[in-house]
Design a protein. Sequence first.
Length: 367
Amino acid sequence: MVSISLCMIVKNEEAVLARCLESIKDIVDEINIVDTGSNDKTVNIAKQYTDRVFYFEWIGDFAAARNESFKYATKDYILYLDADDVILDEDRVKLKKLKETLNPEVDSVSMYYNAGTDEYGNVTLQYRRNRLVKRSRNFKWKGDCHQYLEVYGNIINSDVAVTHKKIRHSVGRNLSIYQKKLDRGDTFSPRDYFYYGNELRENGHYEKAIESYEKNIAMKDGWIEDKVYACINKADCHRYLGETVKELESLFRSFQFSKLPRPETCSRIGFNFQRQQDYKAAVYWYDLATKLETDPNKWSFTYPAYATWYPHLQMCVCYYNLQDFKKSYEHNEKAREYRPNDKKILFNKELLEKKLGINQHQTAGLK
């Protein structure tokens, strides 16, 4: 059986660090924690789980800090987590089995990263990351903001998931890192333009985000999946700006890179037509979103809501406006399977049951 070193970088994580370490402490063989300048109880909490606590002065470079943490690993493989990550019970079982059965010839194991969940436990954002890597390969982190681990060789995909349970959001932190890169005159890669666009969009700078996404799309090199989502995210910016035609153009442009439609795109196209009150066209795209299969080995972003409850809820609204109350009710019920106590869905349920049951006059529309 292989041995595992856990390597983490932390700063002011007293609210979540113990939760993370409790979920992994009995699976790994060593815990290495690098503190980058905490002024709360983070270090004291870390020392309750390991005597391997180290210090690294924060220089505004996540890759440098993560590479520093990897230096302290002594076991066969390195597992990295953020302080607000946890390993849920079912994934603890899978990870233990993986550790027991892993072929030591493997250089890296990818795991799902459930980067967000809703109040009902539905995963809202998922993608793969090289999560468990062979120490002797000396893989390095790259990128000072949205960093990535440069991995190559014998890589296998697992069904283990790491779940992110964020309790706060560092508004503007990454945006300031990119601004410093611009001030230094750094050359931006396609990846930089994509993630800079994301930071701009999330902070409400939609026009600048569109410019950054366009630069990513225009460059010949770069990951094709980033270009797919550059088109999708750019469309969101156009929607926020009220530019309906440009929004739809950007969504269809994503097909140039994805080749096949994605639920994330189809549901947005459906919403575009829905806002134009073209309910039949909207239903077509929403229905397609529910029927597309997601590749379990896909590495790019997956937003499960766009293939599950969201298009069903919107089809409920569309069919209501088309006066097809039976289909409206059916899709509302499918949405309720994922969000059983959602007030909007329960409102729709009550309204439609009255419509279908006794045809009682209702003046309120669906939510």
